[in-house]
Design a protein around this ligand. Structure first.
Ligand code: ATP
Ligand code: MG
Length: 365
């Protein structure tokens, strides 16, 4: 018999960390597009990982709070709908913190430290200056916490960018181990059968977006909130064009054959309509009289057409009234999310022989 109560729709869990006041184009193509598309088919939980923001911004709590509001505003501006989906504020879901501790017992320490996503972050965010003395214990711990963020909602799908795949793999491993160890699921039961075979956790799958890894304006790292290489969804039209114009390709003239894999052409491929992108790419690689300046102007226009409706919707959420609306959305999301996460924790604790009594989640914010 399955421990997992039947749900009308399969679930999705995914989220963003409030390390910046808003989201960027990498989020859009890597994850937001999928979230928008799947909002009707799935019971969606979108999480703001505000506790995880403390892994790099512990000295700036006010910033994290403001960023949290900003990211919810971006979600609303993009079209995520709190009527259909649940917005989850991590710090208000106590079951996540408890699950983090419990799951940490099933994940080898070295496996966390070898996690390629974590290693890349330590490198690109400059956290390794001082030989590891500069980042807190909580930083690697966030990889474990993310398993708890996900599993607390027992989702089937996790829409993420490619950079998160290693984390999802770790999450799958810990869910498999938990089900085998505490729910009697046999070693040979395939991942997709775990819930039916009595596991508390369905084994979640990553769903990587249309563009798995959007490169940043620097042309090297992935576009990132923390690396100063992003075009934000709320950037003004002028700012977007300015950022595009600053891209360097090293190409000297419209007749010089260009590199189809450079950052400018990657953006053309990601955002221009297919046929136009293919045409530009051909002319670019052949040096068929097409200047970088021309492409930049055209790309800027396409991007601004995409972003303008979002900017308009976000502007409507400016100020105290918008903040109050965001708080309402957060409050009702927290209520709903706590019901699911508490149920998961109860099932997990029962499986672990820790089912000593029932409790209710603390009163919602
Ligand atoms: P930070 O620099 O603070 O880590 P970030 O820009 O990496 O911020 P996250 O909040 O860590 O953003 O990621 C949120 C989601 O967006 C994740 O699913 C991640 O995989 C996806 N994502 C982030 N950047 C990109 C990108 N450049 N291309 C594709 N997906 C991305
Ligand atoms: Mg990140």
């Amino acid at each position: 018999m399955s421990l997992v109560p039947p749900s009308a729709k399969p679930r999705i869990l995914t989220g963003d960390t409030p390390t910046h006041p808003g989201l960027h184009l990498g989020h859009y193509v890597g994850s937001l597009e999928n979230r928008l598309r799947l909002q009707d088919e799935y019971d969606c939980y979108f999480l703001i990982a505000n506790v995880h923001a403390f892994t790099t911004l512990a000295e700036k709590p006010a910033e994290i709070r403001a960023n949290t509001i900003g990211i919810v505003k971006d979600w609303l501006a993009v079209g995520l709908d709190p009527e259909r989906s649940t917005f989850v504020l991590q710090s208000e879901i106590p079951a996540i913190a408890e699950l983090t501790f419990l799951l940490a017992m099933l994940i080898p320490f070295n496996k966390v430290m070898r996690n390629p996503t974590l290693k890349t972050e330590i490198e690109t965010k400059g956290l390794n200056r001082g030989g590891g003395e500069t980042y807190p214990f909580g930083f690697p711990m966030y990889a474990v916490g993310q398993c708890a963020d996900i599993l607390a909602f027992r989702p089937e799908l996790v829409p993420v960018g490619e950079d998160q795949e290693a984390h999802i793999e770790m999450c799958r491993d810990v869910a498999l181990k938990f089900n085998q160890l505490y729910c009697g699921v046999g070693n040979r039961v395939p991942a997709e059968e775990h819930a039916r075979a009595g596991g508390v956790f369905p084994i979640p799958r990553a769903k990587v977006g249309r563009v798995a890894r959007l490169v940043g304006l620097d042309g090297v790292n992935k576009m990132s909130k923390s690396l100063g290489n992003a075009i934000f969804l709320y950037d003004s039209a002028k700012e977007v064009q300015k950022k595009i114009n600053r891209i360097t390709t090293g190409r000297q003239s419209p007749t010089e054959p260009g590199d189809a894999a450079n950052v400018l052409m990657q953006y053309v491929e990601a955002f221009m309509p297919g046929e136009r992108a293919a045409d530009l790419k051909r002319r670019y690689t052949e040096g068929d009289n097409i200047g970088d300046g021309h492409i930049k102007a055209e790309l800027g226009e396409v991007l601004n057409a995409l972003l303008e409706p979002m900017r308009v919707r976000r502007a409507k959420l400016d100020g105290a009234e918008g903040d109050a609306m965001v708080m309402d959305v957060i409050r009702s999301g927290v209520k709903k999310a706590n019901v699911v996460a508490e149920e998961t924790l109860r099932l997990a604790k029962e499986g672990m022989g820790l089912g000593f009594g029932e409790r209710k989640a603390g009163s919602p914010i």
